[in-house]
Design a binder for this molecule. Structure first.
Ligand code: ADP
Ligand code: MG
Length: 246
C-alpha cells in the first residue's frame, strides 16, 4: 500500500546547526500524525521542506510514491500538499464567504478551469466548505469580526478549498482556549475521515497531541528520538527526559 508521505534521510543544515538530521517517517493514508519536540527541535524546518519553502540538503520525500524533495512550493501545492498557517492569513476586510471564494479561485486556476464572471458565480462550493467547518451561518460576516476560534476554522476551510490530499498544520490550536482546541481537532478528525485526507501537525498542547493523534513523532535537536502511538510515546523514558522535562 502506498503511503501518503514517505520521508527518508532528510537533512538540513543552517551554518553549523543541524536543524534536521537524518529524519525518516511515514504518513499513512487517513492518518493524523503529530510532530512534537522542544523549541528549535526542527519541526518547522521539516514542514518547510515538505512544502518546498526550504530545500533539503539530502533526502527523499515521496508523495504517494512520487519524489517531491526540492520541488518549488507551487509545484508541491499543485500536487496536493496543503497547509494552514500559524499566523492568520485571511483578508480582514472581506466576508467569510469571499475569503473561501478567493481560495477556490486559486484552486480553479491550478486546475486551469475557467473561472465564471462574478455575476454568474456559483456560491455553492464555498457554502459547502463553510458548512463542512460549521460556519454556514457566518458566511456574510466580515472576517475582522470573527472570534479567534472561528478564524481558525475559516483557515481550515481555506486550506481545504485546494482539495489537498495531505494537509500540514503548524500549531493549529495555538492561542485557543482548551475547549476550542478539542473542538477544532475533533472537526479536523471528522474531515480527515470523510475525505480520506492525511494530516501531519505540530502542537505544543500535549492534551491535543495525546487525544487526537493516531501516532506521534518526537524530534530533539534535529533527530527523531521516538515514534509510536500516544501511549507508547508517553511511556518512553527518553521522551520524558528530552521533552516532558522529567
Ligand atoms: P522548531 O520549529 O522545532 O522550533 P525550527 O525548525 O524552527 O525548530 O529550528 C531548528 C533549528 O534551525 C534552530 O536551531 C533554528 O535556530 C535553526 N533555523 C531554522 N531556520 C533557520 C534559518 N532560516 N536560518 C538559520 N537557522 C535556522
Ligand atoms: Mg516551529
Amino acid at each position: 500500500m502506498t503511503a501518503a508521505l514517505e520521508v527518508h534521510g532528510l537533512r538540513k543544515r543552517f551554518g553549523g546547526v543541524r536543524a534536521v538530521d537524518d529524519v525518516g517517517f511515514t504518513l499513512a493514508i487517513g492518518e493524523m500524525l503529530a510532530l512534537i519536540g522542544p523549541n528549535g527541535a526542527g519541526k518547522s524546518t521539516c514542514f518547510n521542506m515538505l512544502t518546498g519553502q526550504v530545500r533539503p540538503d539530502t533526502g527523499a520525500i515521496r508523495l504517494f510514491g512520487r519524489d517531491i524533495a526540492g520541488l518549488p512550493p507551487r509545484r508541491i501545492w499543485r500536487l496536493g500538499v496543503g497547509r494552514t498557517f500559524q499566523v492568520t492569513a485571511t483578508f480582514g476586510s472581506m466576508t467569510v464567504a469571499e475569503n473561501v471564494q478567493v481560495a477556490l479561485m486559486s484552486h480553479h486556476r491550478r486546475l486551469r478551469w475557467p473561472w465564471p464572471r462574478a455575476d454568474r458565480l456559483d456560491a455553492g462550493p464555498a457554502r459547502d466548505l463553510l458548512a463542512l467547518v460549521g460556519m454556514a451561518d457566518q458566511a456574510e460576516r466580515g472576517c475582522g469580526l470573527l472570534a479567534y476560534g472561528d478564524l481558525k476554522r475559516l483557515e481550515l476551510a481555506i486550506a481545504l478549498a485546494n482539495d489537498p490530499r495531505v494537509l500540514l498544520m503548524d500549531e493549529p490550536t495555538a492561542g485557543m482556549a482548551p475547549r476550542e482546541r478539542a473542538a477544532l481537532m475533533d472537526l479536523t478528525a471528522r474531515i480527515v475521515a470523510e475525505r480520506g485526507l492525511s494530516v501531519l501537525f505540530t502542537e505544543h498542547d500535549m492534551d491535543v497531541v495525546f487525544g487526537h493523534a493516531d501516532r506521534v513523532l518526537v524530534l530533539d535537536r534535529g533527530r527523531l528520538v521516538a515514534e509510536g502511538t500516544p501511549d507508547e510515546v508517553r511511556a518512553d523514558a527518553r521522551v520524558r527526559a528530552v521533552y516532558l522535562g522529567d
